[in-house]
Design a protein around this ligand. Structure first.
Ligand code: DOR
Ligand code: ZN
Length: 424
């Protein structure tokens, strides 16, 4: 099967390429890039006016299967990914049962196979994500996990965490850490600050995240393990990573569109829709996240796509689960908040969503180099549209971005040479 993508502006940040070119795929691979390529019997896709970029690589997605199929399934989550331009994703292990053994890893991968989205299930660090006993890292690695994480449940036991890092280092597996001190954040709903005080609720303080980032940076320095900080949300947190990188600590980090777009005040307007862990913070934090994206401290933009049911999100703020969906809106929000504002060049935004996260896990993805998998997103960088949660293909409708007008729209998603999403 051959596909000729004609007339797109081809942006491949890894190769430093930004030019109007045709792309020919053959047998799932990028076969040629060039001007006026001949069709030669290939299926032709007219991409004039569109940007063609590497398919997005999302390091942080909750697919919910097994165990929480009322929130999402692998199939619906992958459909949402395809609609958002995501061709590779890392699935978080906080399912029921947790992905703490090869069987669950394989189950998730098997469910994903027919979707065309390349799903890499991460393995849990501790059995059942209980923070008590380490899982069998070697067995998980043999089953193909790209990384280990107890995301959703911060690891409190430092002796255990240090041993996890030593073992992860030995096996060359990154640890993806959800940083928030559990004793400090409990099950609180919002950032500790003006909004929590106004609501009369206890809050999740920024220091709860920053202390664990500091702790994990120091343990990474001590053990030599690659520690990746998940969904960083505070200015000081970014600063800690910045300083650690400057002294050569093997630490990387990610953030999400909500953390460079929204502040804690969103909770006053939208209640549980704006409840997420870590919580939305202050404008100074939003500015700090943007600064970290600008100077390269932050390595990746991910979604932390966390679907919940309407019934769950209809509970009172203190009782509703945390999380927001993101797969179908992340590219548009990144383009709107970072590119159309003039903060970052287009290639840089795309690198943060493809080449850089792929490199961080050592995946042969995130580039349009000849010979690589033909994973692409084709999008109109200028089209304005209004986010409508009723149009989502995810089972999750829990977004704080419903009704927001954004700029940049996915038209086609191609995975290994196959069109897995097409608008309309
Ligand atoms: O808001 C969140 N929701 N943060 C997490 O870390 C976990 C996630 C979930 O699984 O719902
Ligand atoms: Zn998390």
């Amino acid at each position: 099967m051959r596909l000729l993508i004609r007339g797109a502006r081809v942006v491949d940040p890894a190769g430093g390429l930004d030019a109007p070119l045709d792309i020919l795929t053959d047998n799932g691979k990028i076969a040629r890039l060039g001007a006026d390529l001949a069709a030669d019997g290939a299926q032709v896709l007219d991409a004039i006016g569109l940007v063609a970029a590497p398919g997005l690589v999302d390091l942080h997605v909750h697919l919910r299967q097994p165990g929480f199929e009322d929130k999402e399934t692998v199939a619906t989550g992958c459909a949402a990914a395809a609609k958002g331009g995501v061709t590779t994703l890392v699935a978080m292990p906080n399912t029921r049962p947790a992905a703490d053994c090869p069987d669950i890893v394989r189950l998730v991968r098997d469910k994903a196979a027919p979707t065309g989205v390349n799903v890499l299930p991460a393995g849990a660090v501790t059995v059942g994500q209980k923070g008590e006993r380490l899982t069998d890292f070697a067995a998980l690695k043999a089953a193909g996990v790209p990384a280990l994480t107890d995301d959703g449940v911060p690891i409190q036991n430092l002796a255990l965490l240090r041993r996890a890092m030593q073992e992860a280092k030995r096996l060359d597996l990154p640890l993806l850490d959800h940083c928030e001190d559990r004793d400090m954040v409990q099950n609180y709903a919002v950032n500790e600050g003006d909004v929590s005080r106004q609501l009369g609720l206890p809050g999740r303080p920024a220091i709860a995240e920053e202390l664990q980032i500091m702790r994990d940076v120091m343990l990474a320095e001590d053990t030599g393990a690659h520690v990746h900080i998940c969904h960083i949300s505070t200015a000081k947190g970014v600063d800690i990573v910045r300083q650690a990188k400057a002294r050569g600590v093997p630490v990387t980090c990610e953030t999400c569109p909500q953390y460079f777009t929204l502040t804690q005040e969103e909770v006053l307007r939208q209640g549980t829709m704006a409840r997420v862990n870590p919580p939305l913070r202050t404008q100074a934090d939003v500015d700090g996240i943007r600064a970290g994206l600008l100077d390269g401290t932050i390595d990746a933009i991910v979604t932390d796509h966390a679907p919940h049911t309407a019934q769950e999100k209809a509970r009172p703020l203190p009782d509703a689960p945390s999380g927001m969906v993101g797969l179908e809106t992340s590219l548009a929000l990144a383009l709107t908040g970072l590119y159309h504002t003039g903060l970052l060049p287009l290639a840089r935004v795309l690198a943060l969503m493809s080449a850089s996260p792929a490199a961080l896990l050592g995946l042969p993805k995130g580039t349009l180099e000849v010979g690589r998998d033909a994973d692409l997103v084709l999008f109109d960088p200028e089209e304005e549209w209004t986010i409508d949660k009723e149009q989502f293909v995810s089972k999750g409708r829990n977004t704080p971005f419903h009704g927001r007008t954004v700029r940049g729209r996915v038209k086609y998603t191609i995975s290994q040479g196959k069109i897995i999403y097409m608008e309309g």
